[in-house]
Each structure stands twice: as C-alpha cells, then as structure tokens.
Design a protein around this ligand. Sequence first.
Ligand code: 5GP
Length: 119
Amino acid sequence: LHGKYDQDNIFAKMLRGEMPCVKVFEDDVALAFMDIFPQTTGHTLVIPKDVKARNFLELKPKKIGPYMERVQTVAKAVEKALEPDGLRILQFNGAPAGQTVYHLHFHILPIMEGQTGRP
Ligand code: 5GP
C-alpha cells in the first residue's frame, strides 16, 4: 500500500501540463478530467493538486476536507450535465484493490439507463 511517490506518474504529468487530458474542472485544490477508458458514460476522475499522495491513506488529514469538497462539486456538475439515474464514486488503494495509477484519484461514474457501473 505504501511506496515512494513517482513524480512521473501520468496524473502528475497532467498536473504539470506535460500530458493532455479533457479537463472538466480545475482550481487551486483539484483537477477533474474525463477517464480515457470510461467504464460508464461520463466517467470522470478528480485528483488533488500539490500532494504526493499515492492513495487516500497517504493524504494529509488537513487536505481531505478541501479535496472532498471538490469531489462533491464535480459529482454535482456531472449530475447536472448528464442527469444520470445513479452515481457511483469509487477509490482504490493498492494494486490488489485495483489501483493502476499512483496519484490519488476518485472515480465518478454516472449510472445511465441500462448501465451498472460494475466491472
Ligand atoms: P485506478 O484503477 O488506478 O483507480 O484508475 C486509473 C484510471 O485512470 C483508469 O480508469 C484509467 O482508465 C485511467 N487512465 C489511465 N491512463 C489515463 C490517461 O492517460 N488519461 C486519462 N484521462 N485517464 C487515464
């Protein structure tokens, strides 16, 4: 679950502007963008800025409040834009749990008609 934060992970590159992404929200605390392999229509990721947290366990407690506010802001924006029937919010810690990118991120998965949002 723990290890050294790799500054060259793909989300860190997005934050530095070295890797393109389709941004849907950005401020001083967080960036949200469309997932490149969407599991449901509108699959969005929200990542914190200025942290070296590989996962949620490594996020400094004082950073949790501001970051989770942005997760909710983006979830509400997705709700307004897509009017899904449901919304799943997911977060994975460690490869055995399904994590593949090692910069903390929350998944926002709109559940549209006929979709389950489950793998
Ligand atoms: P994890 O499995 O680590 O929780 O989720 C990583 C997510 O990042 C996956 O849903 C994957 O599709 C997404 N992802 C991986 N590489 C890229 C990329 O280069 N661009 C974007 N927009 N998403 C990516």
